[in-house]
Design a protein around this ligand. Structure first.
Ligand code: 4AZ
Length: 312
Protein backbone atom coordinates (compact mmCIF):
# COMPACT_ATOMS: atom_id res chain seq x y z
CA UNK A 1 0.00 0.00 0.00
CA UNK A 2 2.73 2.42 1.08
CA UNK A 3 4.74 1.49 -1.96
CA UNK A 4 1.78 2.21 -4.27
CA UNK A 5 1.32 5.62 -2.63
CA UNK A 6 5.03 6.26 -3.32
CA UNK A 7 4.52 5.36 -6.98
CA UNK A 8 1.58 7.78 -7.16
CA UNK A 9 3.63 10.60 -5.60
CA UNK A 10 6.48 10.03 -8.08
CA UNK A 11 3.99 9.97 -10.98
CA UNK A 12 2.42 13.24 -9.82
CA UNK A 13 5.87 14.84 -9.53
CA UNK A 14 6.73 13.60 -13.03
CA UNK A 15 3.55 15.01 -14.54
CA UNK A 16 4.27 18.39 -12.93
CA UNK A 17 7.90 18.31 -14.16
CA UNK A 18 6.73 17.57 -17.68
CA UNK A 19 3.90 20.07 -17.82
CA UNK A 20 5.24 22.97 -15.76
CA UNK A 21 6.75 25.72 -17.90
CA UNK A 22 7.52 29.40 -17.81
CA UNK A 23 3.87 29.95 -18.78
CA UNK A 24 3.33 32.47 -16.04
CA UNK A 25 3.68 35.81 -17.77
CA UNK A 26 2.35 39.33 -17.81
CA UNK A 27 1.38 39.44 -14.16
CA UNK A 28 2.38 42.04 -11.61
CA UNK A 29 2.78 40.48 -8.16
CA UNK A 30 3.29 43.87 -6.49
CA UNK A 31 0.67 46.07 -8.19
CA UNK A 32 -3.11 45.83 -8.74
CA UNK A 33 -4.82 45.69 -12.15
CA UNK A 34 -5.05 48.99 -14.01
CA UNK A 35 -7.87 51.24 -12.83
CA UNK A 36 -10.30 53.02 -15.07
CA UNK A 37 -8.74 56.48 -14.77
CA UNK A 38 -7.13 58.02 -17.84
CA UNK A 39 -3.56 59.25 -17.58
CA UNK A 40 -2.59 62.15 -19.81
CA UNK A 41 1.14 62.60 -20.13
CA UNK A 42 3.74 60.73 -18.13
CA UNK A 43 4.04 60.19 -14.40
CA UNK A 44 6.33 58.21 -12.15
CA UNK A 45 5.41 54.52 -12.24
CA UNK A 46 4.60 52.81 -8.93
CA UNK A 47 7.64 50.74 -7.89
CA UNK A 48 7.44 47.19 -9.25
CA UNK A 49 4.58 48.06 -11.63
CA UNK A 50 6.48 46.98 -14.76
CA UNK A 51 8.55 43.95 -13.71
CA UNK A 52 9.48 43.08 -17.34
CA UNK A 53 11.00 46.51 -18.07
CA UNK A 54 14.80 46.56 -18.24
CA UNK A 55 17.46 49.16 -18.85
CA UNK A 56 20.06 48.20 -21.47
CA UNK A 57 23.21 50.08 -20.56
CA UNK A 58 26.59 50.86 -22.12
CA UNK A 59 29.31 51.38 -19.52
CA UNK A 60 26.64 51.62 -16.84
CA UNK A 61 24.77 54.42 -18.65
CA UNK A 62 21.19 53.90 -19.77
CA UNK A 63 21.10 53.37 -23.53
CA UNK A 64 17.75 51.75 -24.37
CA UNK A 65 14.76 50.05 -22.81
CA UNK A 66 13.95 46.37 -23.20
CA UNK A 67 11.33 43.80 -22.19
CA UNK A 68 11.87 40.46 -20.46
CA UNK A 69 10.19 37.69 -22.50
CA UNK A 70 11.89 34.73 -20.78
CA UNK A 71 14.55 34.22 -18.12
CA UNK A 72 17.27 34.44 -20.78
CA UNK A 73 15.62 36.66 -23.40
CA UNK A 74 15.06 40.40 -23.63
CA UNK A 75 13.19 41.99 -26.53
CA UNK A 76 14.42 45.37 -27.72
CA UNK A 77 14.80 47.50 -30.86
CA UNK A 78 17.38 46.75 -33.56
CA UNK A 79 18.28 50.43 -33.84
CA UNK A 80 19.58 50.19 -30.25
CA UNK A 81 22.39 47.91 -31.54
CA UNK A 82 22.68 48.53 -35.27
CA UNK A 83 24.93 51.60 -35.03
CA UNK A 84 26.79 50.25 -32.02
CA UNK A 85 28.15 47.05 -33.53
CA UNK A 86 31.73 48.22 -33.05
CA UNK A 87 31.23 48.61 -29.31
CA UNK A 88 32.35 45.50 -27.46
CA UNK A 89 29.49 43.36 -26.12
CA UNK A 90 31.25 43.30 -22.77
CA UNK A 91 30.52 47.02 -22.31
CA UNK A 92 26.78 46.38 -22.48
CA UNK A 93 24.68 45.13 -19.58
CA UNK A 94 21.03 44.48 -18.90
CA UNK A 95 19.56 45.70 -15.62
CA UNK A 96 16.23 44.33 -14.33
CA UNK A 97 14.18 45.19 -11.23
CA UNK A 98 15.27 48.80 -11.59
CA UNK A 99 13.26 51.90 -10.70
CA UNK A 100 15.74 54.71 -10.06
CA UNK A 101 18.55 54.72 -12.66
CA UNK A 102 21.11 56.27 -10.32
CA UNK A 103 20.18 54.07 -7.35
CA UNK A 104 19.78 50.36 -8.17
CA UNK A 105 18.33 48.66 -5.10
CA UNK A 106 18.43 45.17 -3.59
CA UNK A 107 15.81 44.02 -6.12
CA UNK A 108 18.09 44.73 -9.05
CA UNK A 109 19.73 41.96 -11.10
CA UNK A 110 22.45 42.71 -13.65
CA UNK A 111 23.36 40.42 -16.53
CA UNK A 112 25.83 40.60 -19.39
CA UNK A 113 24.90 39.77 -22.99
CA UNK A 114 25.83 36.51 -24.69
CA UNK A 115 24.19 37.16 -28.07
CA UNK A 116 22.32 39.88 -29.96
CA UNK A 117 19.87 38.52 -32.55
CA UNK A 118 18.90 41.41 -34.79
CA UNK A 119 16.02 40.90 -37.22
CA UNK A 120 17.52 39.87 -40.59
CA UNK A 121 15.17 42.20 -42.52
CA UNK A 122 15.75 45.30 -40.43
CA UNK A 123 15.63 48.34 -42.65
CA UNK A 124 17.65 51.22 -41.23
CA UNK A 125 15.78 53.78 -43.32
CA UNK A 126 12.09 52.92 -42.89
CA UNK A 127 12.85 51.48 -40.08
CA UNK A 128 10.90 48.28 -40.71
CA UNK A 129 11.39 45.15 -38.54
CA UNK A 130 12.95 47.08 -35.67
CA UNK A 131 13.14 44.12 -33.28
CA UNK A 132 16.09 42.39 -31.65
CA UNK A 133 16.30 39.56 -29.15
CA UNK A 134 19.09 39.94 -26.59
CA UNK A 135 20.23 36.69 -24.98
CA UNK A 136 21.68 36.92 -21.50
CA UNK A 137 24.82 35.19 -20.30
CA UNK A 138 22.93 33.83 -17.28
CA UNK A 139 19.19 33.76 -16.52
CA UNK A 140 17.24 36.25 -14.43
CA UNK A 141 15.77 34.84 -11.23
CA UNK A 142 12.13 35.84 -11.34
CA UNK A 143 10.92 37.72 -8.25
CA UNK A 144 8.10 40.14 -7.45
CA UNK A 145 10.20 42.85 -9.14
CA UNK A 146 11.36 40.78 -12.13
CA UNK A 147 8.84 38.94 -14.33
CA UNK A 148 8.40 38.06 -18.00
CA UNK A 149 5.64 39.69 -20.06
CA UNK A 150 3.33 37.71 -22.38
CA UNK A 151 3.77 37.91 -26.16
CA UNK A 152 0.88 37.66 -28.66
CA UNK A 153 0.99 34.41 -30.70
CA UNK A 154 -0.02 36.08 -33.97
CA UNK A 155 -2.03 38.96 -35.43
CA UNK A 156 -5.39 37.23 -34.80
CA UNK A 157 -4.44 36.63 -31.19
CA UNK A 158 -3.54 40.34 -30.84
CA UNK A 159 -7.01 41.17 -32.16
CA UNK A 160 -9.00 38.77 -29.96
CA UNK A 161 -7.17 39.73 -26.77
CA UNK A 162 -9.40 42.82 -26.79
CA UNK A 163 -7.02 45.09 -24.86
CA UNK A 164 -8.59 47.60 -22.51
CA UNK A 165 -5.56 49.63 -21.37
CA UNK A 166 -2.17 50.22 -23.00
CA UNK A 167 0.87 51.84 -21.40
CA UNK A 168 4.30 52.96 -22.47
CA UNK A 169 7.15 52.99 -19.97
CA UNK A 170 10.77 54.09 -19.81
CA UNK A 171 13.46 56.40 -18.54
CA UNK A 172 13.36 58.45 -21.75
CA UNK A 173 13.23 62.22 -21.89
CA UNK A 174 10.11 64.37 -21.36
CA UNK A 175 10.73 66.29 -24.58
CA UNK A 176 12.86 65.91 -27.70
CA UNK A 177 16.55 66.42 -26.89
CA UNK A 178 15.75 66.55 -23.19
CA UNK A 179 17.56 64.73 -20.38
CA UNK A 180 16.76 61.16 -19.28
CA UNK A 181 14.37 60.63 -16.38
CA UNK A 182 16.02 59.19 -13.29
CA UNK A 183 12.78 57.48 -12.24
CA UNK A 184 10.80 55.04 -14.39
CA UNK A 185 7.87 56.82 -16.06
CA UNK A 186 4.57 55.44 -17.37
CA UNK A 187 1.85 56.90 -19.56
CA UNK A 188 -1.41 55.49 -20.81
CA UNK A 189 -1.83 55.52 -24.59
CA UNK A 190 -4.38 54.43 -27.15
CA UNK A 191 -3.67 52.11 -30.04
CA UNK A 192 -4.18 54.05 -33.28
CA UNK A 193 -5.32 52.16 -36.34
CA UNK A 194 -2.92 52.04 -39.27
CA UNK A 195 -5.26 53.81 -41.66
CA UNK A 196 -5.48 56.85 -39.43
CA UNK A 197 -1.75 56.77 -38.73
CA UNK A 198 -1.02 56.68 -42.46
CA UNK A 199 -3.18 59.73 -43.31
CA UNK A 200 -1.37 62.51 -45.21
CA UNK A 201 -1.51 64.78 -42.16
CA UNK A 202 -0.14 62.00 -39.92
CA UNK A 203 2.65 59.67 -41.19
CA UNK A 204 1.61 59.79 -44.82
CA UNK A 205 1.86 56.09 -45.74
CA UNK A 206 5.09 55.46 -43.83
CA UNK A 207 3.60 52.92 -41.40
CA UNK A 208 3.98 49.27 -42.47
CA UNK A 209 2.08 46.18 -41.27
CA UNK A 210 5.02 45.50 -38.97
CA UNK A 211 4.44 48.72 -37.06
CA UNK A 212 1.75 49.90 -34.69
CA UNK A 213 1.02 53.50 -33.74
CA UNK A 214 0.09 54.43 -30.17
CA UNK A 215 -0.46 57.67 -28.35
CA UNK A 216 -3.09 60.37 -28.35
CA UNK A 217 -4.07 62.50 -31.33
CA UNK A 218 -3.14 65.58 -29.30
CA UNK A 219 0.36 64.18 -28.69
CA UNK A 220 -0.03 64.60 -24.92
CA UNK A 221 1.10 60.99 -24.23
CA UNK A 222 4.16 59.79 -26.06
CA UNK A 223 7.48 57.98 -25.82
CA UNK A 224 10.72 59.86 -26.49
CA UNK A 225 14.50 59.48 -26.76
CA UNK A 226 15.78 56.88 -24.31
CA UNK A 227 12.48 54.97 -24.33
CA UNK A 228 13.50 53.11 -27.49
CA UNK A 229 13.51 49.33 -27.24
CA UNK A 230 11.13 49.43 -24.28
CA UNK A 231 7.59 48.05 -24.18
CA UNK A 232 4.20 49.18 -25.36
CA UNK A 233 2.24 46.88 -23.08
CA UNK A 234 -1.48 46.26 -23.08
CA UNK A 235 -3.74 44.71 -20.47
CA UNK A 236 -6.14 41.90 -21.31
CA UNK A 237 -9.02 42.04 -18.84
CA UNK A 238 -10.18 38.54 -19.88
CA UNK A 239 -6.81 37.03 -19.03
CA UNK A 240 -5.80 39.52 -16.31
CA UNK A 241 -2.35 39.78 -17.90
CA UNK A 242 -0.15 42.19 -19.79
CA UNK A 243 1.12 41.57 -23.32
CA UNK A 244 3.96 43.34 -25.07
CA UNK A 245 2.17 44.68 -28.13
CA UNK A 246 4.98 46.89 -29.40
CA UNK A 247 8.66 47.76 -29.08
CA UNK A 248 9.37 51.50 -28.94
CA UNK A 249 10.86 52.30 -32.34
CA UNK A 250 10.55 55.87 -33.65
CA UNK A 251 8.39 58.94 -34.19
CA UNK A 252 8.58 62.45 -35.53
CA UNK A 253 10.20 63.98 -32.44
CA UNK A 254 8.03 63.62 -29.34
CA UNK A 255 4.56 64.66 -28.26
CA UNK A 256 3.47 66.35 -31.49
CA UNK A 257 -0.19 66.23 -32.52
CA UNK A 258 -0.89 63.59 -35.17
CA UNK A 259 2.68 62.25 -34.85
CA UNK A 260 2.25 59.43 -32.32
CA UNK A 261 4.96 57.02 -31.27
CA UNK A 262 5.57 54.13 -33.66
CA UNK A 263 6.26 50.66 -32.28
CA UNK A 264 7.46 47.41 -33.83
CA UNK A 265 4.33 45.23 -33.80
CA UNK A 266 5.26 42.13 -31.80
CA UNK A 267 2.33 40.00 -33.08
CA UNK A 268 4.03 40.10 -36.51
CA UNK A 269 7.25 38.74 -35.02
CA UNK A 270 5.91 35.82 -32.97
CA UNK A 271 7.44 33.16 -35.28
CA UNK A 272 10.71 35.07 -35.55
CA UNK A 273 10.82 35.33 -31.75
CA UNK A 274 10.15 31.62 -31.32
CA UNK A 275 12.88 30.67 -33.82
CA UNK A 276 15.36 33.13 -32.33
CA UNK A 277 14.69 31.82 -28.85
CA UNK A 278 14.91 28.12 -29.68
CA UNK A 279 17.95 28.28 -31.98
CA UNK A 280 20.03 29.66 -29.19
CA UNK A 281 21.72 29.11 -25.90
CA UNK A 282 18.32 29.30 -24.24
CA UNK A 283 17.45 26.02 -25.96
CA UNK A 284 20.38 24.36 -24.19
CA UNK A 285 19.27 25.88 -20.92
CA UNK A 286 15.67 24.72 -21.33
CA UNK A 287 17.02 21.28 -22.16
CA UNK A 288 18.93 21.27 -18.90
CA UNK A 289 16.11 22.61 -16.76
CA UNK A 290 13.25 20.56 -18.22
CA UNK A 291 14.53 17.48 -20.02
CA UNK A 292 16.91 16.26 -17.32
CA UNK A 293 14.27 16.19 -14.53
CA UNK A 294 11.86 14.56 -16.98
CA UNK A 295 14.40 11.86 -17.89
CA UNK A 296 15.21 11.23 -14.23
CA UNK A 297 11.51 10.89 -13.52
CA UNK A 298 11.02 8.49 -16.41
CA UNK A 299 13.94 6.35 -15.17
CA UNK A 300 12.57 6.37 -11.63
CA UNK A 301 9.09 5.37 -12.82
CA UNK A 302 10.55 2.56 -14.88
CA UNK A 303 12.47 1.31 -11.86
CA UNK A 304 9.42 1.51 -9.59
CA UNK A 305 7.31 -0.24 -12.19
CA UNK A 306 9.78 -3.10 -12.46
CA UNK A 307 9.80 -3.32 -8.69
CA UNK A 308 5.96 -3.46 -8.57
CA UNK A 309 5.87 -6.17 -11.25
CA UNK A 310 8.48 -8.18 -9.31
CA UNK A 311 6.40 -7.96 -6.12
CA UNK A 312 3.26 -9.35 -7.75
C1 4AZ B 1 14.02 58.01 -30.04
O1 4AZ B 1 14.74 58.77 -30.67
C2 4AZ B 1 12.55 58.19 -30.14
N1 4AZ B 1 7.88 59.89 -30.06
C3 4AZ B 1 11.71 57.27 -29.55
C4 4AZ B 1 10.35 57.41 -29.62
C5 4AZ B 1 9.83 58.48 -30.32
C6 4AZ B 1 10.64 59.41 -30.90
C7 4AZ B 1 12.01 59.26 -30.82
C8 4AZ B 1 8.33 58.60 -30.38
O2 4AZ B 1 14.50 57.13 -29.35
Amino acid sequence: MEFKAGVLVVMALCVSALTSSEDSCGQRPLVASPGMSRIVGGREAPEGAWPWQVSIQIQSRHHCGGTIVSNLGVLTATHCFYKYLKISRSLFRVVAGLHVLSAPGDQTQIRSISEVKMHEDYNGVSPDNDVTLVLLSSPFDFTGHIQPVCTPHNVTHEFILNFTHCFITGWGSRYYRGRLNNRLQEAEVELIDRRTCNLITWYDGFITENMICAGLESGASDSCQGDSGGPLQCYSEDEDRFYVVGVTSFGHMCGHPRRPGVYARTSRFADWLKTSQTASASAAHKLNTRLIPALLCAALMLLLNIHTVCQQ
